[in-house]
Design a protein around this ligand. Structure first.
Ligand code: SF4
Length: 720
């Protein structure tokens, strides 16, 4: 038996694992006690690394679709087919007639993230989509506004904080998101054991809420109102203390004026939280020895997602918690990815949505494909993504993909999205490649670095994403050269010859050597469980490549406009067209059969691609609609009964799970299910199909500043 050190690549948490191999098969997967970040923790998904490695449905040969039938192909043939299709679309419809979508797993794998970003430069299309605009861009846009860098997202210093507030996140299940924090159960326990307090604010009493000192129900979609009320209290009670940010924050006086109109009493009914509780939450946070306010996906994916995320940062700033031990700090990874980014340099063609970081929101993908005219998308390149299940109004997107002239997918799965491709180029199994988690360590709650060498020899005639995309880039360059497209050919040829020509590990070696610790690839090899650079370090604001003046900016006309809109909504009793309850705080927000739908993350799942793992999918049906006891009684629904859930764009039939964990008037579906569409190759997933939450989410509803899809507080009706 041999034992191999790896970092689990299945979610953002980056747990260290030991993979035991006997007779060329995985015999055990264990947590690595010596990993300085995870300290031996793993979740049940880690065992699914074996399922994924041995998945009989995984594509191992390139596939070309001819007259509706899939055929295996040699690499040369498939790459040439893909390059011909890309070149044809770009020649006939312009460079941006060929769009791209990068899925979430691409951020977990060095070959995919470096290969994908390099290929997109060669492709040259400005029409780019990714999973980031499904669930995290509002958080990044808030960081861009305040700190001047889209990747300048601070993380809570979990190792030292005395008071942690978690809003719209369930890290006990996710182990952190935009916060790489394996072993959250232990981390929360340690905060409480050292006399600290953990508060969870969420429309559902989540697994994290049950492990906290206090849970407060918040009506979905009203996070920005709550944050404004907290800011109001901070000013009113004289609790604003900027600490080390004293001379580097602008706009504080103006903020005070803006928050004046959002007293706790004015927002209490909308938020479903009484005013006294809001005041207490604000005072406890400000008066704690140290404190950190962390918000995540639930706060991001609402119609005021950027504003709400921005106001969370503002509360941390006003209480002097930024860049301070026990507060919100900036990691110093071994490979710093310092991208300032940009915003609203151009706008999407159909609805005029501002670009952010060179992307437009995935929620606009269907309309950009369907709407004729200059700039219409005629082809798409996807990498490790399944937007049909993960983006709003999946039914419409499904049909839009079917209408494309050409589609190429780099993906090991024949899933609900890649079934529309003309050619699929499957990367080799992840455990057959070395890996370094360059993206996720940007957001880790401790500074560490670790290289994961390959566990297995590569399958003969297999390629990783770096090799596939290198070959595709060279093939596209050839076609452009042949047709005399000098600029396009030069762009692709440069990428092929300058970047893709280098072995990936050489690229990694150069990146870590240039980083703040000056380490080498050999250093990483010599420390198989990882290198520990210690707790989060002060000075992050100085290290950040943010605003030129090094200040934190709290004056933005875009934010002002959102505040005006929110104020008008509050007076009108709605949040961007979704009615707020007329009842008193704590009472149901449902009308007779009307509810607000929220999503949920599950420990034995992550995204759509995990439902084909026997280890994870076994057991009871987990694709259920959570509903409050009182709401179920009022509707006459019993536990396990199938109900019809309808939204403006679609309907699904799903069993109800009755619980007192849900806020009145709010129902919840997990995401990533809905594997009943024909033509996928995922036997177990199809047998446990469930329904897709995104057949209910509405692509007409967009977040106000960057057009992120609205995936929470979706108005639905429930009937039986
Ligand atoms: S939390 Fe689970 S899935 Fe995520 S990295 Fe750790 S073991 Fe893997």
């Amino acid at each position: 038996m041999t034992t191999h050190h790896r970092t689990c690549h299945l979610c953002e948490a980056n747990c260290g694992v030991l993979v035991d191999v006997e007779d060329d098969r995985i015999s055990a997967i264990r947590g690595d006690d010596n990993d300085p970040l995870s300290l031996g923790y793993i979740c049940p998904k880690a065992y699914a690394m074996k399922d994924l490695h041995e998945d009989p449905d995984r594509l191992v040969r390139p596939m070309i679709k001819r007259e509706g039938e899939w055929h295996e192909a040699a690499w040369d043939e498939a790459v040439a087919f893909a390059a011909d299709g890309i070149h044809r679309v770009q020649r006939e419809h312009g460079v941006s007639g060929m769009a791209s979508y990068l899925g979430n797993p691409s951020a977990h794998h060095l070959a995919a993230i470096l290969g994908g970003s390099t290929f997109l430069k060669a492709l040259g299309s400005k029409v780019r989509f990714s999973a980031s605009s499904v669930d995290q861009f509002p958080r990044m846009l808030a960081a861009y506004f305040i700190f001047g860098a889209q990747l300048g997202v601070p993380v809570p210093d979990l190792e030292r904080t005395e008071h942690l507030v978690i809003m719209g996140a369930n890290p006990l299940v996710s182990n952190g998101s935009l916060m790489t924090a394996p072993g959250m159960k232990r981390r929360l326990r340690e905060i409480r054991e050292r006399g600290g307090k953990v508060v969870v604010i969420d429309p559902r009493r989540t697994e994290t809420a049950k492990a906290a000192d206090e849970h407060v129900f918040l009506r979905p979609g009203t996070d920005a109102l709550l944050m404004l009320a907290i800011i109001h209290v901070l000013f009113a009670e004289g609790l604003v203390s900027l600490g080390k940010c004293e001379h580097r924050v602008d706009g504080v006086a103006r903020l005070r004026e803006q928050a004046a109109g959002f007293a706790p009493e004015l927002v209490a009914e909308a938020c479903g939280i009484d005013a006294a509780t809001i005041r207490r939450l604000a005072c406890e946070f400000a008066r704690a020895e140290s404190s950190a306010f962390y918000s995540r996906i639930g706060t991001c994916v609402q119609s005021y997602g950027t504003l709400a995320s921005y106001l969370v940062d503002v509360v941390n700033i006003l209480c002097g918690r930024i860049d301070r031990p026990g507060g919100m700090m900036f990691p110093q990874p071994a490979v710093p990815l310092s991208s300032r980014g940009h915003y609203a340099k151009w706008h999407s063609r159909v609805r005029g949505i501002p670009e952010f970081g060179g992307e437009i929101p995935a929620a606009t993908m269907a309309e950009e494909i369907e709407t004729p005219g200059q700039g219409q998308i005629h082809g798409i390149f996807t990498l490790a993504g399944n937007p049909v299940l993960s983006c709003p109004n999946g039914t419409r997107l499904d049909a839009a993909f079917a209408s494309l002239d050409f589609m190429v997918s780099v993906d090991p799965a024949l899933n609900e999205t890649t079934r529309h491709a003309d050619v699929i180029l499957p990367p080799r199994r992840t455990l057959e490649d070395g890996n370094y988690s360059a993206v996720l360590l940007q957001l880790a709650v401790r500074d560490t670095a670790k290289f994961s060498p390959a566990v297995f020899e590569p399958t003969p005639d297999s390629k990783n994403e770096w090799e596939i995309l290198g070959a595709l880039t060279a093939a596209v360059a050839e076609r452009r050269e042949r047709d005399g497209d000098e600029d396009g050919a030069k762009r692709a040829r440069t990428m092929a010859d300058t970047f893709f020509a280098k072995p990936l590990e050489e690229m990694l070696g150069a990146l870590v050597a240039a980083g703040p610790y000056g380490i080498t690839l050999q250093d990483l090899m010599d420390n198989p469980s990882g290198m520990d650079f210690g707790a989060l370090k002060e000075g992050g604001l100085d290290r950040l490549r943010g605003h030129e003046d090094k200040k934190l900016h709290l004056t933005h006309q875009e934010i002002d406009a959102e505040l005006v809109a929110l104020r008008a909504d509050l007076e009108a009793g709605e949040i961007r067209g979704v009615s707020l309850p007329a009842s008193s705080p704590g009472n149901s927000s449902s009308t007779e059969d009307g509810f607000l739908l929220i999503g949920r993350r599950q420990l034995r799942s992550n995204n759509s691609w995990m439902h084909n793992c026997p280890t994870l999918i076994k057991g009871r049906n987990r694709c259920t609609l959570l509903m409050n006891v009182a709401d179920a009684a009022r509707l006459g629904v019993s536990d396990g009964q199938n109900v019809q859930v309808r939204s403006r764009v679609g309907e699904v039939r799903v069993p109800v799970e009755i619980t007192d964990d849900m806020m009145d008037g709010v129902v919840s579906l997990p995401h990533g299910f809905g594997h009943s569409r024909p033509g996928i190759r995922a036997k177990l997933a199809a047998e446990n199909a469930g329904v897709s939450m995104n057949d209910l989410t509405d692509d007409a509803a967009l977040e106000g500043l960057m057009g992120n899809g609205v995936l929470t507080a979706v108005p639905v009706s429930v009937s039986h």
